[in-house]
Design a protein around this ligand. Structure first.
Ligand code: SF4
Length: 142
């Protein structure tokens, strides 16, 4: 459900924690477009208002002053802010260089159980179809 965060002073919404497969219910409150608290959703049939520390506290990283909110590329030993187009071109050039020098099996990807099925599907497609290797694994196969 999309919420126009800029236009609402304080809003509380129920959602589901995506940090693991348990699916605890969370109640998220935002003020002026910024999260101000996350607590367990008492109406959740899964967790009945309980959460682990990740569910209740991990949101704070979204407001960390150290969080990167734009791409950076190292130039002459210094990290420099660049456009997404430039950053993606640097990545594509680097992948092509490694693939030309060492082959597709020089790459490997370890996907994540924290990602959705769709993202894990895209990760294996990227590795098999774009890179050209079957070196793909994930903790979510266990
Ligand atoms: S609150 Fe903890 S146990 Fe519940 S879904 Fe999130 S990470 Fe998993």
């Amino acid at each position: 459900m999309a919420v126009e965060m800029d236009t609402i002073e304080t809003v509380t919404k129920s959602t589901i924690c995506s940090f693991c497969g348990t699916g605890c219910g969370l109640s998220v409150t935002a003020k002026d477009g910024r999260i101000v608290s996350v607590v367990g959703d008492k109406n959740s049939p899964v967790s009945h208002g309980e959460t682990c520390v990740k569910g209740s506290q991990a949101w704070t990283y979204s407001q960390s002053k150290d969080r990167l909110t734009y791409p950076m590329v190292r130039k002459n030993g210094q990290l420099v802010k660049v456009t997404w187009e430039e950053a993606l071109q640097v990545i594509a050039d680097g992948v092509r260089k490694v693939k030309d020098a060492s082959g597709a099996d020089a790459f490997g990807c370890f996907s994540s159980s924290r990602a959705t099925n769709e993202l894990n599907f895209l990760a294996q497609k990227l590795m098999r179809q774009v890179i050209g290797t079957n070196n793909i694994d994930s903790c979510n196969r266990t």
